[in-house]
Design a protein around this ligand. Structure first.
Ligand code: 5AD
Length: 332
């Protein structure tokens, strides 16, 4: 085996230069994916944790250059589910067998911490974990949500290249994003982060920094995927060839962080039909099926062609690769 992959497998540690050299060398891909699959099996087993994703609002105050729900996009139907609708979707998901509910939205300030806390408390009457993915808020708001019962939080750093971060996120601050992640950790959330792969001007060096950042933060979850250009965004003409590179970044993350949770992301399946399965065979151990109702699901278009997968189909597909659906909440 290549000695860097061997080293990563045993020590779960690589220098930036070493990560860069693995990312650059495509002749190592199969070895890398196989090693990540072995480490996933050793540390996390064959159970796949499912998270029921509810996209409850696409109303956004931000203007991220890659994202289809950015505030400046006028070509999109905006919606906001009511607390009752959200709670209903969660109830249905729990009846189906999910043990984690993920409440995801654009940065919609209508949903104050108090309103969200009410929804979380209602859902937490059931035996379930609750994950939030609602963007940047103050320490006090994160605390209210934690006290209401939220267990986990997802906030991708998107890129650790500060200059690129500034270009892609007008009116946002890289420093504040880091602060948010630190606050979440401090408050005791299982904290997930991650990055986009294939952004214009992004280098393999900066992807290596992303991986080292995940490790330094001691993130509990890492979600990452390829950029998929959306026609109504400034990145509409960007390339969408990030699939293999994103799989490599994911596999390396697994080798360096053997015990964390890593989802096979929807963006991967959107670029390749077998993308989700390939990810599950290259280090991933989580899938996040979308349980938003059909009417609203299509309106949450952060990128085009978003693929969805349901519980029954997934169970079937997982069986074919000798994996089972976990019955527990799947904390790190
Ligand atoms: N392509 C792929 N992923 C995207 N995201 C946002 N826009 C796109 C896009 N065009 C990702 C971001 C965000 C997550 C919810 O979706 O990384 O954090």
């Amino acid at each position: 085996m290549n000695e860097l992959i061997e080293k990563a497998k045993i020590l779960h540690q690589l220098s930036k230069d070493e990560i860069v050299s693995v990312l650059k060398d495509n002749s190592l891909n199969d070895e890398l994916f196989k090693a990540a699959d072995e480490i996933r099996k050793e540390f996390k087993g064959d159970e796949v944790h499912l998270r029921a994703l509810i996209e409850f609002s696409n109303i956004c105050r931000r203007n991220c250059f890659y994202c289809g729900v950015r505030a400046a996009n006028k070509n999109i139907d905006r919606y906001r589910l009511t607390p009752d609708e959200i709670i209903n979707l969660a109830d249905n998901a729990l009846k189906t067998g999910y043990r984690t509910i993920v409440l995801q939205s654009a940065e919609d300030m209508y949903f104050t911490a108090e309103i969200l806390a009410g929804i979380i408390k209602e859902i937490k009457k059931n035996d379930t974990a609750v994950t939030l993915s609602i963007g940047e808020r103050s320490y006090e708001e994160y605390k209210i949500l934690k006290d209401a019962g939220a267990d986990r939080f997802l906030l991708r750093i998107e890129t650790t290249d500060k200059d690129l971060y500034k270009k892609l996120h007008p009116d946002m601050s890289f420093e504040n994003r880091i602060k948010c992640l630190k606050n979440l950790k401090e408050l005791g959330y299982e904290t997930g982060t991650g990055c986009l792969v294939g952004l214009p001007e992004q280098t393999v060096e900066s992807l290596a920094d992303d991986i080292l950042f995940f490790k330094e933060l001691d993130a509990d979850m890492i979600g990452l995927g390829p950029l998929i250009p959306h026609k109504d965004t400034p990145l509409k003409d960007a390339a969408s060839d990030g699939f293999w590179l994103s799989l490599k970044v994911m596999a390396l993350t697994r080798l360096l962080m053997p015990d964390i949770n890593i989802p096979a992301t929807t963006a991967m399946e959107t670029l390749r039909q077998d993308g989700r399965i390939l990810a599950l065979q290259s280090g991933a151990n989580v899938v996040m099926p979308n349980v938003t109702d059909e009417f609203h699901k299509n309106k949450y278009e952060i990128y085009p062609g978003k693929k969805s997968v349901d519980y029954t189909k997934l169970e079937e597909k997982l069986k074919q690769i000798n994996r089972t659906i976990s019955k527990d909440k799947g904390f790190r």
